[in-house]
Design a binder for this molecule. Structure first.
Ligand SMILES: Cc1ncc(COP(=O)(O)O)c(C=O)c1O
Length: 457
C-alpha cells in the first residue's frame, strides 16, 4: 500500500524525491559532491539524514554556510541556535573552562559550573521547579522524566499526543506519535496511550470554536484516564512543533485532570525553552508542569546537553537511578549552558523574540492575503509555521508545492524545514534582526509567488 505523503513526511522533507535529486544536480559543486559521496559511502543510511542536503563548512550567528561559501539564514538550526551559532560568549566560557582544566566530571563528584547551572535553573524556571538532573540529549531527558513519573506514582501508563516527537531513543519513541520512529520495531514500551492535540485550524470534527475543540480534546484525555486507571503522566510539548498553539484554558484543563486522576504533567520544552516563544519557558503562557524537560539550546548550540527540572516534592528517588549518565555533570556542557542563559538574559532575547515574532507574524499574515497557497499562519515568538494548502476551503495539504518552495528558499539563501509535508516552519536564532527577518520573509514571498505562477522546480 502506498504511504500517505503526510505520514511519510511527518518529520520533514524526505531525501528520495525527484525534486531532491534536482536540487543536488543544481546546487552541489564538484567539491561538495565529493564530500557528499563520501558521507553517503561511510555513514549508515537512515531516513531524513543520509544522503544529505549539502555540505557545510561553518555555522555562525543566524547563518549556516556551505562548503562553497554560500550563506543561508537558518530557520531550523535543529533548535540549538537560540543564542546563535558559535555565540562568542558561549565559546569564551567553554574555552575558559577548558583552560581551567575542569572539563569531564566523573560520577559521584560534582563541580562548580554544574552546581551553578542547577541553581540558575531553580531561579529562572517557574513556580517551585527547583531540582534538576542533566544528561547528554533530549531523548534521554524525556526518558528520565518518564522514569521519574513512573517511580513517583508507582504507575506505568502514559498519555501523549499523535504527531508528537520526543526523541529517537526507544523510550522516547514509544511515547512519540510518529510512525517514522516506531514503525517496524514490534512492541514498544507498553502503556503508552495517545490522544489528539487541540488543532483549531485542522480539527477533524469541523468545530468552529476553540472551546469546542478544547472540550473534545479534554474529553479524550479524561476518557483514557477513566478507562485506563493508574496513569503515571501526561506528556506533551506546550505548543506543537508545527506550531499549533493551544489555549491556556486547554492546558489548565489538562492540569486539572492530571491532579484529579493522580497523573503528573510533563512538558517537553526541548525546542520551546529558553526564549523561543517570547517567554523564557513556553509553559509560562499556560501552566507550570510537574516536570519540565529541556535540551537543544541548553548546550549553547555547542555542546550536547539536556535535562529535567522538577519540584522538590518529587525528590524521592534516592534508592533508584533515573538517569545514570556518564556526562550527567559535565563541566564543559554546564559552562556552555550557563553562558547561553546569561547571553539570553543580558541581551533581552526573550522580549526580542516576542516583539520580532509578533512583527513577523503580522507581515506573514499580510502575505496570506496575496498568496492562495497560504492556508494558515500560526506562531508565538520566533516559533512560526506556514500551513500551505492547495485549497483553502478543504485545507488540502500542498505537499509537492511546499517541497518546491523549500528548495527555492534554499537557493535564495534561506534554510527552512517542512513538517507534516506541507507546513513550512520558521525558527530562527533569537538574535535575528528585523532587517534579516524582513529578508527571510521576502524570500518566502518570492518562492511562494513563483510556485503560484506555475514555475515548477
Ligand atoms: C520536541 C523534541 N523533543 C525531543 C527531541 C529529542 O532531542 P535529542 O535529539 O537531543 O535527543 C527533539 C529533537 O528534535 C524535539 O524536537
Amino acid at each position: 500500500m502506498k504511504k500517505d505523503k503526510r505520514i511519510e513526511r511527518e518529520q520533514g522533507d524526505v531525501n528520495t524525491t525527484d525534486n531532491r535529486q534536482k536540487y543536488w544536480e543544481r546546487n552541489l559543486s564538484d567539491d561538495a559532491k565529493k564530500w557528499f559521496d563520501e558521507d553517503a559511502r561511510y555513514f549508515l543510511h537512515q531516513s531524513l539524514s543520509t544522503p544529505v542536503l549539502n555540505v557545510l563548512s561553518r555555522a555562525q550567528g543566524i547563518y549556516i554556510e556551505d562548503i562553497d561559501g554560500k550563506k543561508y539564514i537558518d530557520m531550523h538550526g535543529n533548535g540549538v541556535h537560540n543564542a546563535g551559532f558559535n555565540n562568542p560568549a558561549v565559546i569564551e566560557a567553554v574555552k575558559k573552562q577548558l583552560d581551567e582544566g575542569m572539563t569531564f566530571c566523573p560520577r559521584r563528584y560534582t563541580n562548580i559550573p554544574a552546581v551553578k547551572l542547577a541553581k540558575k535553573l531553580a531561579e529562572i524556571t517557574p513556580d517551585g521547579l527547583s531540582r534538576s538532573l542533566f544528561c547528554p540529549g533530549g531523548s534521554e531527558a524525556i526518558e528520565m522524566a518518564l522514569m521519574l513519573a513512573k517511580q513517583v506514582t508507582h504507575r506505568f501508563k502514559t498519555i501523549s499526543f499523535w504527531d508528537s516527537f520526543h526523541g529517537a531513543g526507544f523510550g522516547a519513541a514509544s511515547v512519540g506519535g510518529e510512525e517514522h520512529f516506531s514503525g517496524g520495531l514490534g512492541p514498544m514500551i507498553p502503556g503508552a496511550f495517545r490522544v489528539e492535540f487541540p488543532n483549531y485550524y485542522r480539527n477533524p470534527w469541523g468545530f468552529s470554536s476553540q472551546e469546542d475543540v478544547d472540550a473534545e480534546c479534554l474529553r479524550q484525555i479524561e476518557l483514557v484516564l477513566k478507562r485506563e486507571p493508574e496513569m503515571a503522566a501526561v506528556l506533551g510539548e506546550p505548543i506543537s512543533a508545527t506550531p499549533v498553539i493551544p489555549s491556556k484554558r486547554y492546558w489548565q484543563g489538562v492540569k486539572q485532570l492530571c491532579e484529579q486522576y493522580g497523573a503528573l504533567l510533563i512538558f517537553d520544552e526541548i525546542i520551546e525553552g529558553f526564549g523561543r516563544t517570547g517567554k523564557m519557558f513556553a509553559c509560562e503562557h499556560f501552566v507550570t508542569p510537574d516536570i519540565l524537560v529541556l535540551g537543544k539550546s541548553f548546550g549553547g548550540g555547542l555542546m550536547p546537553f539536556a535535562g529535567i527540572v522538577t519540584h522538590d516534592a518529587l525528590n524521592v528517588c534516592r534508592h533508584r537511578s533515573l538517569g545514570h549518565y556518564t556526562h550527567e555533570k559535565n563541566a564543559l556542557c554546564s559552562a556552555a549552558a550557563l553562558a547561553e542563559i546569561g547571553y539570553i538574559e543580558e541581551n533581552n532575547l526573550v522580549d526580542h523574540a516576542a516583539e520580532l515574532g509578533a512583527y513577523a507574524l503580522g507581515r506573514l499574515k499580510k502575505l496570506s492575503e496575496k498568496h492562495r497557497l497560504i492556508g494558515h499562519i500560526a506562531g508565538l515568538g520566533l516559533h512560526i509555521g506556514i500551513d500551505l494548502v492547495t485549497d483553502r476551503k478543504t485545507g488540502a495539504r500542498a505537499i509537492e508545492e511546499a517541497e518546491i518552495i523549500m528548495f527555492k528558499c534554499l537557493e535564495k539563501g534561506l534554510s527552512a524545514k517542512t513538517i507534516e509535508g506541507n507546513i513550512l516552519t520558521l525558527r530562527p536564532a533569537l538574535i535575528i534582526t528585523r532587517d534579516e527577518m524582513d529578508r527571510a520573509i521576502d524570500i518566502i514571498d518570492e518562492a511562494i509567488g513563483e510556485v503560484e505562477q506555475g514555475k515548477k522546480y
